[in-house]
Structures are given as C-alpha cells and as structure tokens.
Design a protein around this ligand. Structure first.
Ligand SMILES: *Cc1c(COP(=O)(O)O)cnc(C)c1O
Length: 433
C-alpha cells in the first residue's frame, strides 16, 4: 500500500498532511516515507530468504544520509560509485565490511580510500583498473578483494540511457574475455579475485534478461573454477524496476526464483545492489502551481519545480503520476494539461496532455515515484537553489536536507583579480522562497 494517500480529502505522507510540510519548508521539496523505505527493503530481503545474500543498497538512487541510515539500521550494506558516496555510507554508519565499490572509472584517490577503509569488495571493470589497483594495494601492503564486472551482452529491454549490459555499453569486461582477465588477476600481487559482478541496467520490468544474464554468470563460474580460480562470491547488481503508473510491478518472488534457479547451486555468497526498487516509490516531489496559462488551445500549468529539481522526465522521458494535494471532486472533469517548469527550455516539461483535474494558481501538487534518481540528480541550473528533503515517520517529520541559500551559491563563485574593483560592493543576496 502506498504511504502517500488521501485522508479526509487531503494528501498525507504517512500520518502527516503534505500541506503542513509545505508550510514548514516552502515549495518545492522532496518528501520520503520511512515506512515505505522499510517495507520495500523488507520485501526485497524477504524474497531472498534462505539464500546467502547481502543487500548493498545502491546509494546513487538516493544518498541522503537519513535514507542510508534508515536502511543501514535494517542491516543493509551499500553499493557506492564514488569516493563521495563512500564517505556518505561511512557517515551513515554502514560498516566497511558491507560496502561494495562499483563504477567504470574510479580515480586512484578513490581506490586508495576504499583500500584504506577495508571495504568488502571493489568491482573492477577493466584491465588498466586492475593493474592500478594492484599497484596501489601492494604499495600499502594490502590485498584487494575484487570482483570482475562482466558484460554479459544481454539487452535489458529498458531505456537506452540506462541499459548497461550489452557490448555497445562502456560497462564491464566482455564476458567472453573474462577468463583472460582472471588469469591476469591471478598473477597480480595486490589482487585477490574472489568473484564476478554483473549489472545489466536499471528500471528492468520484464525478468527474462535477468535470467539470461545470471545463467551466463553461472556458466562463467564453472569455467573459471575449471581453470583453477577460487570463485566464492557473485554480485548480481540491481536494476529491478518499479511501477511508475498503474502497471503491475515486476514480481520479487519471480526475481528471487530466477536467482535460485540460475546461481544458487554455485555455492557462492550473493550480493544484490538494488536502488530504485527500495526508494523509488518511497518519495514524492511536492510543488506549487505558479499560474495557469492557455496558449493556442493548450492548457499549461506552470509550477515552481523544474527539470533541475527532478530531471527524469527531461532526461529519460519518464512518467510520474501527478496528484493534487487536495483530493479532487470526483465530479470535476479532467482536462488535457501540460505541466511545465519555469526553466527556459522546452525539455522542462513534466507531462504533456495529461488528463488532470482542474488546477489553479497556488494549488499544491505532488509527483509520485520521486524517491529514486530525484534529489540526487538535481542541479542549480538557472541559479535555482537545491531544494529541501523531508523525511516522515508516522506523524513526525525531519528536514533531512535544508534548502540551499543564495548566499551559499554565490559564495562558491569568486572573481579573478582583474574583475575585482574597490568600487564594487557585492549586493546582499536576497533569499527567495
Ligand atoms: C545504478 C546501479 C545499481 C542500482 O540500479 P537500480 O536500477 O537503481 O536498482 C546497482 N549496481 C550498479 C553497478 C549500478 O550502476
């Protein structure tokens, strides 16, 4: 059940009226439900019952400290893709032994940080990375535990920008050449190659690509073992999709059945890196209608959130359900409406000819499914400050990230000598909310 629903005609996040929260931080803002995060984590965890599995939450979906800490308290580890995410994971209390470092391009500094923290595993994606890691580890008298990420050449059937498992993608090592890289790894002094990692894409809603990819990985385990490699771990990545509209979500039970069928009898310990399916439907974006404008027969609702706040529609043609915070009168006929942000770009469009109930200036609306790849992808384009994030638990709320101020944004810029004049006095920034 959604934790975002109408009660007495008003949209609530758990037991908190969304309009109340808007009064606390102003709009736009993100709002997360603790109960929804916990439910989706427990559902994923429960589906894997009986398997030797660790869930390393993919922090890039939503790396807010409060979100990561909520998951860490349930026993989750973390999958990080940068030194910054590594620091966030540690700050949120994720034990290093439950952190996996993924990514196609890690800097020497990032690898050193991972080595010095003694994290569970580094997922290596290329021969040059393997050589660099060995050198960095040897210099510190450390042996790096490594999984090689293979590219199984499977089309995940998802949006082109988030498919990662075909030969045309930059990710991983071609699975047919993986044995060569394992042979190289065996001879490197700073490396212990203990596993295989695979991640074929994101928002995957039909399951056969997982089956094909995991089956190829299981076959690779047998081959590598024949060649004398001691493969004890498999990292099966993330990518399980969620329902953004009203379609049925992919079945966790079926996903887990595929895991059991393909890799369970390798005897390897398993790591999973779900991101979106843990937090995606646990967050909303709340925005206010600035004005409504009719233009050449089209109805535009212009809101105070924009593509810099929630990028997915502009970047991936993504669909988010839009609901008014005050429950609409069931008798009010929906109208075809374009919902757009104020940014000077046509891609700043959240919905086109969407059937929506009547909306007027000042009304609050929400976008559902905004918990993953929402706040983390925000930018300050158009000098729009980063928006706040609120977490709700029952009737309580916490501001888990406050709104960036204009003063903070301006303070990051500085002028070169030749533009500094004694006559120029900086205007005092005006905070707009
Ligand atoms: C993005 C990513 C994930 C998480 O993907 P979701 O679709 O959010 O589950 C997991 N592992 C790797 C390596 C990734 O790049």
């Amino acid at each position: 059940m959604s934790e975002f629903s109408y009660r007495n005609g008003e949209l609530h996040a758990e037991q908190r009226a969304v309009a109340d929260l808007a009064a606390v931080v102003g709009t736009p803002f993100y709002c997360y439900s603790t109960a929804a995060i916990e439910q989706s984590y427990r559902a994923f965890h429960g589906a894997l019952a009986g398997l030797d599995a660790t869930i390393c939450y993919a922090m890039k979906a939503n790396s807010n400290l409060a979100v990561v800490k909520t998951l860490a308290a349930l026993g989750a580890g973390a999958d990080v893709v940068s030194g910054g995410e590594l620091q966030r994971a540690l700050a949120a209390g994720v034990p290093p032994q439950k952190i996996v470092f993924s990514g196609v391009g890690k800097s020497a500094g990032e690898l050193v940080a991972a080595l010095e923290q003694g994290i569970h595993q580094i997922n290596v994606e290329s021969a040059p990375e393997l050589a660099l890691l060995s050198q960095l580890a040897t210099a510190r008298d450390i042996t790096a535990k490594v999984a090689l990420r293979v590219n199984p050449d499977i089309d995940a059937g998802t949006h082109a920008k988030i498919t990662t498992g075909t030969k045309a993608n930059k990710f991983g090592v071609d699975i047919d050449h993986a044995p060569d890289l394992y042979a190289v790894a065996r001879d490197l002094p700073g490396i212990r190659a203990v596993g295989i990692a695979v991640h074929i894409g994101s928002q995957i809603t039909n399951l056969p690509p997982f089956h094909a990819a995991f089956a190829r990985v299981a076959a690779l385990v047998s081959l590598l073992r024949q060649q004398g490699h001691d493969i004890t771990r498999l990292d099966l990545g993330g990518g399980l999709g969620i329902a953004y509209r009203d379609e049925p979500p992919p079945s966790l039970t079926d996903y887990a059945a595929i895991v059991r069928e393909t890799v369970a009898d390798t005897g390897c310990s398993l790591t999973f890196e779900p991101g979106r399916c843990i937090v995606g439907n646990a967050g909303i974006l709340v925005s206010r209608v600035l004005l409504v404008k009719e233009n050449a027969g089209r109805r535009f609702v212009i809101i105070d959130a924009a593509m810099n706040d929630l990028t997915r529609p502009a970047m991936y043609d993504a669909w988010h359900n839009i609901l008014p915070v005050v429950e609409p009168d069931p008798k009010a006929a929906p109208t075809a409406t374009d919902v757009v942000g104020p940014i000077c770009e046509s891609s700043d469009t959240f919905a086109t000819e969407r059937a929506l109930p009547p909306l007027a200036a000042g009304d609050l609306i929400i976008f559902t499914g905004a918990g993953a790849y929402g706040a983390v992808m925000a930018s300050t384009y158009n000098s729009r400050p980063l928006i706040p994030e609120i977490m709700v638990r029952g009737a309580a709320h916490g501001v888990v990230r406050r709104r960036q101020t204009m003063a903070e944004m301006l303070a990051q810029d500085s002028l070169p000598d030749w533009l500094r004049t004694s006559a120029g006095t900086a205007a005092k920034p005006v905070e707009v909310s």
